[in-house]
Ligand binder design. Structure first.
Ligand code: PLP
Length: 214
């Protein structure tokens, strides 16, 4: 039988065996709360969602009952949704443009709450992919700090699909080391151990823990 808790524990063991402190974000998008509750009761803290509306419906009550839970927005974020994100989420992994930075800044003031933000990097320089190109990262980061007072804590990437992912993880780690940021969000169900080898601090895992999404 498929048991998400068993899967999670096995993955955490595998990560620790590499002397890595990388934390597992259980990506719970599309799964109903009844599938997620056992992991919460097991004591898991970090969960990821990619759609604002779905997250608000699923997590608003649960988060009031389980105050330790950290919710991570990992999907493309529209500026008009930021007002719903700020009260609920603890991390935004998908900051990819200045309009969004400005909006987060505004909502932070309204909510009197600062959220942990990671800059999404378009590490493969793909034309259709979201994210800041590596060569513009320094300037973008500086603007987020000086103009918008954002709490930038790290970098995130979704590497190109069918290339050698490892070279991209390596580049991300090099980019991070040029900053004084601490978090590196990279690695999913089929490549998280490669990401861990390159100092990922958050791996985002859905399928391998909760099973296939319908
Ligand atoms: C869905 C998703 C994941 C998890 O993917 P799996 O392959 O199911 O582990 C990780 N990161 C992002 C940004 C996602 O949208």
């Amino acid at each position: 039988m498929h048991n998400p808790i068993t899967k999670l524990i096995a993955i955490e063991k595998e990560i620790q065996s590499k002397k890595s402190q990388s934390k597992v974000i259980v990506v719970s998008k599309t799964f109903p709360m009844k599938d997620i509750i056992p992991l919460i009761n097991h004591g898991h803290i970090h969960f990821g969602e990619n759609k604002v509306q779905e997250a608000v419906e699923k997590w608003t009550t649960i988060k009031q009952d389980f105050k330790d839970i950290k919710l991570h927005m990992i999907g493309k974020l529209q500026t008009n949704k930021v007002k719903f994100v700020l009260p609920l989420f603890d991390y935004i992994h998908s900051l990819d443009n200045l309009k969004l930075a400005e909006k987060i800044s505004l909502e932070q003031k309204k909510n009197n709450k600062r959220v942990n933000v990671l800059i999404q990097v378009n590490i493969g320089n793909e034309t259709q992919k979201s994210g800041i190109d590596p060569e513009n990262l320094r300037q973008f980061y500086n603007k987020c700090i000086t103009d918008f007072n954002l709490n930038i804590v790290g970098l995130m990437c979704i590497p190109p699909k069918d290339e050698n992912k490892e070279s991209h993880f390596k580049k991300m780690n090099e980019l991070l080391s040029l900053t004084n940021l601490r978090e590196l969000s990279m690695g999913m169900s089929d490549d998280y151990m490669q990401a861990v080898q390159h100092n990922s601090t958050f791996v985002r895992i859905g399928t391998k823990i909760l099973g296939p999404r319908t």
